[in-house]
Design a protein around this ligand. Structure first.
Ligand SMILES: [Zn+2]
Ligand SMILES: [Zn+2]
Length: 559
């Protein structure tokens, strides 16, 4: 299912893998064994609930019972859903096995602990260096430092489960490696599934930089736990270099919730019938890089109608259509003859190059949202260039060389733009290249604007984006809102309505006062005739209602 969603979104992978593979077993066990030999693993005895009915130790959430704090009867072993307190499964009153209802007994068992405390100094030194060199995002640094400041403690890395990577130690047949130790090793083993040359990637820190992207809740596993495992082996590893972590994306002022059906998820995006590029654009333009951001249908529609269509879509369409018109009949004119004595061509190139520099700098720094802003600014500059130079039939007739220079540069600008937006909107890039009848331009450090040469034949002009009708907002909100979002919306609307009514009352009051004054002045004119006079106007009835309402209020206030 995930693979299908990624495919629809045009997200490419060299390999999309999972952890249950022999490579995972080999590599995880190798890391485990080295840690063991180097003295970073330790066996500790713990007491855990054991079900004698199905002969197994029970993971915390497989024990249920009465909460010792609030007496809720269906509390889970790890947490009480009613009072929210974290629990130890052995604290539960009247505990029962979730599978068969039997009463678990406390039984001693052994587990392997990773001695993170013994690795703390090494991890600290490494993360201080890497976070600086790799310019980690600030929340990534913050979360890592708070773990380190609190002091690392030994953590159990084995569990009593049937599925998972086997523990390569005698007496551990019934146990597997715990997921938070195992999962990050998946990056390595999935590479090993892709190529038997995987060591060239993972044991080559001089030549390989590891970039990782994640939500903030996953940070400690990537900046503390996995690096500790790597360092503890004593091997030379490629370790995390750049960390890009995000805050949360909220949905319409609330939280996304898959279980309550609130929000739009990967599989739903396709159902809206809106192309994936528009989704990619909207989501990346709201990527929560520095703080939480909101998914809002209004914003979604606006970004299509006002940003993509009016800025990018218009620019590309206008110039491709113009060159395809009777003026040039689809053939790129010779734009090299214009002398540019006013410097309009040079000035535009300069402006674009400055914006391009900004784009490249943000992309190098993995500021993805800012990079998109920079790209859209370059698109805006293209629009502005066409407007400032009034590209029309008159220009072609009166100043043909200047017209050719403007058209030629604008087409080259479009060519550059296609490459710049490619990471964000790959299908749009393909569509533009088809219209330009050319291939992808390697983004230059210094743009010359001559990649599309005179006499090149263009493809057909076509619209890149379609207008989204405003009524879609309501439809989608009903489809994906969930009851809570609907309730919140109703409350918001009620508030807005009350505010509006309040405003109208105030307005009516003012009008009533004016009307009163007027009535006092034209004492002879009757209300009936006023009504008659206004009969043609559609708002006359409303106005009179407002006036009467206003008079009532004015009367109440003055009495
Ligand atoms: Zn049981
Ligand atoms: Zn409780």
């Amino acid at each position: 299912m995930h693979a299908e969603v990624y495919e629809w979104f045009n997200i490419g992978f060299d390999i999309f893998g999972r952890t249950p593979t022999t490579q995972q077993t080999d590599i995880a066990q190798d890391i485990f064994t080295k840690l063991y030999k180097n003295g970073f693993l330790e066996e500790q005895e713990t007491t855990q609930p054991y079900c004698e009915t199905h002969n197994s130790f029970l993971a915390d959430r497989f024990v249920e019972g009465e909460c010792p704090l609030c007496a809720y009867e269906d509390a889970r072993g790890d947490q009480c859903d009613k009072c929210g307190h974290l629990l130890d499964p052995l604290e539960l009153k009247k505990p029962r096995c979730k599978l068969d209802g039997a009463t678990p007994v406390a039984k001693k068992t052994k587990h392997i602990y990773l001695l993170l405390d013994k690795l703390q100094a090494q991890v600290e030194e490494w993360s201080a260096k890497s976070s600086k060199e790799g310019a980690w995002s600030s929340n990534g640094i913050h979360i890592t430092n708070s773990w380190l400041q609190e002091g690392l403690k030994p953590r159990g890395i084995t569990r009593d489960l049937k599925w998972g990577t086997k523990v390569p130690l005698d007496g551990y047949d019934e146990k597997v490696l715990y997921v938070w130790f195992d999962a990050c090793i998946g990056y390595v083993s999935i590479t090993a599934n892709y190529t038997d040359q995987w060591q060239k990637w993972w044991h080559n820190p001089e030549n390989v930089s590891l970039y990782q992207f994640m939500g903030k809740d996953n940070v400690p596993f990537h900046t503390v736990v996995f690096p500790s495992s790597q360092l503890g082996t004593g091997d030379k590893w490629t370790m995390l270099n750049h960390l890009s972590t995000t805050e949360y994306l909220n949905y319409e002022q609330g939280k996304f919730s898959k279980s309550r059906g609130i929000g739009v998820f990967g599989t739903n995006a396709k159902e809206t019938g809106i192309p994936s590029d528009v989704w990619r654009y909207y989501l990346l333009s709201r990527r929560p890089e520095t703080g939480d951001t909101e998914f809002e249908w209004t914003g979604f529609i606006n970004s299509n109608n006002n940003e993509l269509l009016k800025n990018l879509g218009n620019f590309v369409n206008r110039i491709v259509k113009y060159v395809n018109s009777a003026v040039y009949e689809g053939v790129v004119p010779d734009y090299t003859k214009y002398d540019d004595s006013e410097g309009i061509i040079a000035a535009h190139k300069k402006e674009v190059n400055e914006a391009l520099k900004e784009y490249l700098a943000t992309m190098d720094a993995v500021k993805i949202r800012q990079g998109l802003q920079a790209a859209m600014h370059i698109s805006y500059l293209g629009n502005k260039f066409l407007q400032d130079n009034k590209l029309d039939n008159a220009l072609a007739k009166e100043q043909p060389e200047r017209c050719a220079a403007v058209a030629g540069l604008a087409l080259n600008h479009v060519h550059l733009l296609a490459s710049i937006i490619a990471p964000y909107m790959p299908s749009t890039t393909s569509a533009i290249l088809e219209q330009l009848n050319t291939t992808l331009l390697i983004i230059p450090d210094d743009w010359q604007g001559d990649s599309i040469t005179p006499n090149h034949k263009l493809g057909e002009a076509a619209h890149l984006f379609q207008q989204i009708k405003p009524e879609k907002e309501k439809e989608w909100r009903e489809m994906f809102g969930g009851d809570e979002a609907k309730k919140a919306k109703a409350e918001k609307e009620a508030k807005a309505a009350a505010k509006k009514a309040d405003k109208e009352k105030k307005k009516a009051k003012k009008e009533a006062e004016r009307a009163k004054a007027k009535l006092a002045k034209d004492a002879g004119k009757s209300v009936e005739s006023a009504e008659k006079d206004g009969a043609e106007s559609p708002s006359a009835g409303d106005a009179i209602e407002e006036v009467t309402e206003g008079i009532k209020q004015a009367a109440l206030q003055t009495s």
